[in-house]
Design a protein around this ligand. Structure first.
Ligand SMILES: *[C@@H]1O[C@H](CO)[C@@H](O)[C@H](O)[C@H]1NC(C)=O
Length: 496
């Protein structure tokens, strides 16, 4: 094992002390699921509610203080120089720590058509003409933005939250072909399907607020109370998956609810996978890789609170579990991505509560990116991890061109080069190649950050131009670009 695995031994920090904490040896190691702990802490929803209530308390305070609707000035181009992007000279709140990332543009949520502020998910779409668009999730809808050749955002309008629902910060959106799918944790929201080609005709002088009845392609209603935590897309196999659709007592147990998209105007569910209960997030794709038993099967990698759970979903009306594996420090298994969709030998994932919980390798409060060897889908092995030098909680990530792009709340947006993993799965060769800390509000804290649900929720870095959208909870949307790509990662086949 490499050095990151041995450096923090058994130190008990101020962040530990939550009941049920595993005091492990802080090496990356898969372990069988602890069935009793799983039942009482995870399947019961207790841990999920702890996290939701912590988030609510942070965000309720911010809402009361007017943080989400405050006036944040528009910011133009500012290079990363001597470790900082100085967007406004002498203004600490508009000076961002950075490495290898320049700022191109910033617009507040309120300038992107939102009345509530409160940003969450984001995704991108390239029109057949090559124009680049992004969707920016806000509590009261999805804002549509074109990114110009100069890296400027042009606001085009929005799809408000479904009219039977109320605003909520949890809005997750993904792109399927030329369509945007939007799910939400709001009751009676369901999943909106919107044809993005409508954006191509908009005159930006007259942004369009689309009608949630007349302007959508379809609404997928077959969710127990209309809530879904996330929407996962498997475009090649023409379906989507609702994950974390409350309540857990429903027949699908908030597991994987499949949505057939072959007739996009009429999305239908062929079935669900309830066997491992609540699924927080997942990646679903055709299996290509070393495990010959599953060649060309459809596989979902589920991030299921205390386990990595791998499903065979080739038959969406009869999905089965291949394996379910926990690991030292498991506190809230959150989300992950396979390194190479064409040769699925490794995946990376994060745990959203291990830093806060002071558990396992995250006991020092630095985000941990866990590495799994999945060459045997029945017996995944945790082989190592990358410990971020920054202090805070990790959140959403995906891999593209050998880079992993991470939105890690108050620490901001980070890019890691993960091309070393197949040759060194301990993670010792993983390194950060770029970052921008878009949340300077917590930089003066003793650890240089905070274990709180603030800052960046998501990003989208897969546009051909190299412009990257960062969506933030409090302020709005940033457009940034890496100054130079990591030479090893450039042209890598790894990722999306
Ligand atoms: C469901 O899948 C299992 C495992 O592959 C198989 O044994 C069973 O016959 C299937 N059931 C149906 C109804 O297709």
């Amino acid at each position: 094992m490499s050095s990151p695995n041995t450096s923090t031994a058994m130190k008990f920090t101020q962040y530990a002390g939550v009941a049920g904490l595993i005091v492990g040896s802080a090496v990356a190691k898969e372990i069988p699921q602890d069935l009793e702990r799983s039942r009482t802490l995870f399947a019961s929803g207790v841990r999920h509610e702890q996290i939701m209530s912590k988030k609510h308390s942070t965000w309720d305070q911010k809402r009361a203080a007017g943080v989400f609707t405050a006036e944040y000035p528009e910011l133009g181009f500012a290079p990363c120089k001597d470790g900082v992007v100085t967007a406004i000279e002498g203004d600490k709140m508009n000076t961002f720590k950075c490495s290898n990332i320049d700022l191109y543009h910033f617009l507040a949520h309120t300038k992107l058509g939102s009345k509530t502020g409160e940003g969450s998910s984001s995704w991108g779409w390239v029109a057949p003409s090559g124009r680049e668009f992004v969707a920016v999730a806000q509590a009261d809808g999805a804002a549509f933005v074109e990114i110009t050749k100069e890296g400027k955002m042009v606001y085009l309008g929005r799809l408000p939250q479904h009219h039977e629902a109320s605003p909520t910060i949890w809005r997750e959106l993904r792109v399927y072909k030329n369509y945007l799918l939007v799910g939400s944790e709001a009751m009676y929201h369901y999943i909106q399907v919107f044809d993005l080609r409508k954006l191509e005709d908009i005159d930006p002088k007259n942004p369009v607020t689309f009608d949630t009845k007349k302007d959508i392609t379809s609404l997928f209603r077959d969710l127990p109370v209309g809530r879904t935590h996330n929407v996962v897309i498997d475009e090649a196999n023409q379906y989507a998956v609702s994950v974390g659709a409350a309540p857990r007592s429903d027949k699908c147990k908030a597991g994987l609810i499949f949505i057939d998209l072959t007739d996009i105007e009429n999305p239908k569910s062929p079935g669900c996978a309830s066997q491992d209960g609540y699924v927080h997030d997942a990646q679903c794709l055709t299996y290509k890789g070393p495990d010959t038993r599953y060649q060309d099967h459809t596989i979902c990698y589920g991030y299921n609170e205390d386990t990595l759970t791998i499903y065979d979903v080739s038959d969406r009306s009869n999905a089965t579990i291949i394996s379910r594996t926990s690991y030292e420090g498991a506190s809230y298994t959150h989300q992950g991505w396979v390194l190479d969709r064409n040769w699925q030998d490794y995946l990376i994932m994060d745990d959203e509560y291990d830093e806060y919980n002071g558990a396992g390798p995250a006991k020092s409060g630095h985000p941990i990116t866990y590495i799994w060897d999945i060459k045997d889908l029945k017996n995944p092995k945790q082989t190592g991890y990358f410990r971020s030098p920054h202090f805070g909680i990790d959140h959403n990530q995906y891999i593209h061109d050998g880079h992993v792009y991470q939105s890690n709340y108050g620490t901001g947006f980070h890019v890691l080069d993960i091309t070393s993993i197949p040759s060194d799965p301990t993670g010792a060769g993983v390194h950060e190649v770029a970052f921008i800390d878009i949340y300077p509000e917590d930089d003066d804290k003793p650890e240089g950050g905070s274990l709180d649900f603030v800052g960046s929720w998501s990003s989208y870095a897969m546009l051909p131009s190299g412009f990257i959208l960062i969506n933030t909870i409090e302020r709005g949307a940033f457009i940034v670009k890496m100054q130079k790509q990591s030479i090893r990662a450039r042209g890598s086949r790894l990722g999306w």
